[in-house]
Ligand binder design. Structure first.
Ligand SMILES: Cc1ncc(COP(=O)(O)O)c(C=O)c1O
Length: 419
């Protein structure tokens, strides 16, 4: 049985995380209440030098908090980049504001050159996404925003620990948020941290935080159960008679696990578990993962260097270039190929699951209604072309150097045949 290699199936969960989750499942008094949330908020501040940290159950809830604190709503516009996730757009829609899209540059981040033409008197904020852990030029965007007195919100969902000019992503904006989603930099299946740098936003965030409740006990159970079933049942049996896939499908069907994005979100509606505070049980998992951050990110950088070294000169596009960026944390290593569908298929036949959903649409997942997102087809041509060609190579701790070698070997052979 070939070893399972996957980009997004519980990439950060290790056996000790799953054991810890199992322990919390059997201590239900720890699910909602305890000291872990405060400890996590304090650690976040100490580790990265951030002040004013607020833990929520997702990046989505963090973004809702910022928009509420800034009183952004009906009649307002928020600028975002294309090649983003509907999880970024839905909080804007739920606030009653309109998302306005700017095309990306070759590094998959917002093309700062194209920002100013989208700003008008209704624009209230710009969300700066650091795609796949590659730091965007937030300072440059901030300079434009200062001119128009617009808020800068850094979307650091992919960029925990990434740096630009020696400063952590999240330090430049008026506010920033991080995600601890299942396939992010560190994971508690669902979770997020909001950072406020602009003191004017603090009263609004405090008010939002205090009126926001905990998610339900059942919702917390779903997240705690995820690392347990993935680590001990689904992943070990994934490629064995499809048993792992069957267990996963059953657990999903019986609602024992949550979805990362629900069908209703593809239609522009947020489920009722947003917004919510981070519950104590998930903060315990996040604290454990936070201790692993440096090891995880070092591994990601090493694999990215390996991919660069081994496939440079091949007939591929490199959105992040072929030279190492010491500030980037490479949550993924994207490449552009002629026919990604064929490569996904051939890789899958070899037990390698590369499709992480970041393809086929300028707003992922591909089932997202662009109409409901207020996205006009043809408005961000570079992103629309990129999503037809992108494949992201995995860099997570579960992918060993030997696995990366297998991926490169297969990729090169497929490209050689194709072109
Ligand atoms: C770029 C980006 N921003 C924000 C989010 C939202 O984070 P969360 O899943 O924690 O709500 C995600 C992931 O869903 C994302 O990929």
């Amino acid at each position: 049985m070939a070893k399972l290699i996957s980009t997004s199936l519980s990439p950060n969960t290790e056996p000790d995380d799953a054991v810890r989750a199992l322990g919390i499942i059997f201590s239900p008094w720890k699910w909602k209440k305890g000291s872990a949330v405060r400890e996590l908020e304090n650690k976040f501040g100490e580790k990265f030098g951030f002040k004013n940290a607020y833990a929520f159950n997702s990046g989505r809830s963090c973004l809702m908090a910022i928009l509420s604190a800034a009183r952004i709503g009906q009649g307002d516009e928020v600028i975002v980049q294309s090649f983003t996730c509907n999880a970024v757009i839905n909080p804007i829609l739920s606030a009653g504001a309109r998302p306005v899209f700017v095309d990306i540059g070759s590094d998959l981040n917002m093309d700062a050159e194209k920002l100013e033409e989208k700003i008008n008197e209704k624009t209230r904020a710009v969300i700066v996404q650091h795609t796949f852990g590659w730091p965007a030029d937030a300072e440059r965007i901030k300079a434009v925003c200062e001119k128009y007195k617009i808020l800068v919100i850094e979307d650091c969902a992919h960029a925990l620990g990434a740096k630009k000019n020696g400063k952590y992503c999240g330090s430049a904006g008026d506010a920033a948020f991080f995600s601890f989603g299942r396939d992010k930099v560190i994971s508690s299946v669902y979770g997020g941290m909001l950072i406020i740098n602009n003191p004017d936003l603090i009263p609004g965030v405090e008010a939002f935080y205090s009126k926001t409740g905990n998610p339900s006990g059942f919702w917390i159970f779903q997240q705690l159960f995820h690392p347990v079933i993935m680590e001990f049942l689904v992943l070990p049996l994934y490629n064995f008679l499809n048993l792992g896939k069957i267990f996963l499908a059953l657990a999903m069907n019986f609602n024992l696990l949550s979805k990362s994005v629900t069908p209703q979100e593809n239609e522009g509606n947020l489920p009722d578990y947003f917004p919510a505070k981070m519950p104590n049980g998930l903060a315990i998992l996040t604290l454990k993962q936070l201790q692993k951050l440096e090891r995880f990110n070092r591994h990601r950088q090493e694999l990215a260097s390996f991919y660069m070294e081994k496939i440079k000169g091949a007939n591929l596009g490199f959105p992040f270039g072929e030279r190492e960026n010491l500030g980037a944390i490479y949550m993924r290593f994207p490449v552009l190929v002629e026919n990604p569908k064929e490569i996904f298929k051939k890789m899958r036949e070899n037990g390698i699951y590369l499709n992480d959903g970041w393809c086929d649409s300028p707003i992922v997942p591909a089932q997202t209604s662009l109409l409901k997102m207020c996205y006009e087809n043809g408005s961000c041509l570079f992103a629309e072309e990129t999503v037809k060609h992108i494949i992201s190579l995995p860099t997570s701790i579960k992918v060993s150097a030997a696995d990366a070698e297998r991926i490169v070997y297969l990729l090169k052979s497929l490209i050689a045949v194709k072109i």
